[in-house]
Design a protein around this ligand. Structure first.
Ligand SMILES: [Zn+2]
Length: 279
């Protein structure tokens, strides 16, 4: 098939699917999002990726810390209230890695390196809530949908250039490549900053609903910044700055405190449990 035929077909298919796509509401923030990918598909991708991603990891079994992850994870899962999720919580014994993630469908992993940074159950509840927030807000599917739409837009641009201009194929390819770079910088990167802030808000509301004091949330990012040292890893360069994150959390704090006051659970969970990564 010729490139122009493929481009035209892609544009038409995307136009059709875009028209059919439901605009979904994000939990907690109520933001409307554009999402082309059904959650059932994302959940099954999440379940199979989880197996693959854990296969070569040193997963803790029956340890005190593994139980802590499960306890906090179950409290956050209850707050997230997703009836189609099959929740799993695993602790990976890797003290150099300050990380946690949640795949679609509620498949969670926490690395032991994160524990001295979160320090307490409340800090852990915030980070787990943040990761779960990315999943329940369908951020992965939204970004994928967006990339598909950008591709559709690019295909449309190709058809336009081909019909309206005297550029040769090579020049058209250059213009499209340049537009692609623009689309990355202009649409996709700021979106990931929005996603981080949104996951922070959702995480803080989930922790509050689960009975953990939301006032513990902002300090986690301070300690995270400290632990990662002066030079932030490249992956974090697309993230909002620590100050922006804390300002965002401050905006939502009164709401989170109200939610925490209404929560029937009252756990004494701010006690420091983890101070180093020797587990
Ligand atoms: Zn995040």
């Amino acid at each position: 098939m010729k490139l122009r035929t493929i481009a035209r077909m892609t544009a038409l298919t995307l136009l059709a699917s875009t028209a059919l796509a439901a605009c979904i509401k994000v939990p907690v923030t109520g933001r409307r999002q554009f999402n082309l990918i059904p959650d059932g598909i994302m959940r099954s991708v999440g379940a199979s990726s989880y197996q693959t991603m854990l296969a070569d990891e040193n997963v803790a079994r029956g340890t005190e810390n593994a139980s802590a992850i499960k306890k906090v994870g179950e409290a956050i899962a209850k707050a997230a209230n997703q009836k189609d999720y099959d929740w799993k919580f695993k602790l990976i014994q890797e003290s150099d890695t300050i990380n946690a993630w949640c795949l679609p469908g509620g498949k969670i992993a926490v690395y032991t390196g994160l524990l001295p940074v979160v320090e307490s159950e409340a800090g852990l509840a915030f980070v787990m809530g943040h990761e779960v927030g990315h999943a329940t807000a369908h951020h992965g599917a939204e970004r994928l949908s967006q990339q598909l739409a950008v591709l559709g837009g690019m295909a449309g641009l190709y058809v336009y250039l081909e019909n309206k201009s005297d550029l040769n194929d090579k020049q058209i390819a250059t213009v499209i490549a340049a537009a692609g770079v623009g689309a990355q910088g202009g649409v996709i990167l700021p979106f990931s900053r929005l996603h981080e802030k949104e996951a922070d808000v959702i995480g803080m509301m989930y922790m509050a609903k689960a009975g953990y004091p939301p006032s513990e949330a902002p300090g986690v990012w301070d300690r995270m910044e400290e632990a990662s040292g002066a030079g932030l890893p490249a992956i974090l360069s697309t993230h909002p700055s620590n100050d922006q994150r804390k300002e965002n959390l401050r905006d939502w704090m009164p709401k989170a405190k109200k939610r925490h006051n209404r929560s029937s659970k009252r756990s004494g969970t701010t006690q420091t449990l983890w101070t180093n990564s020797d587990f």
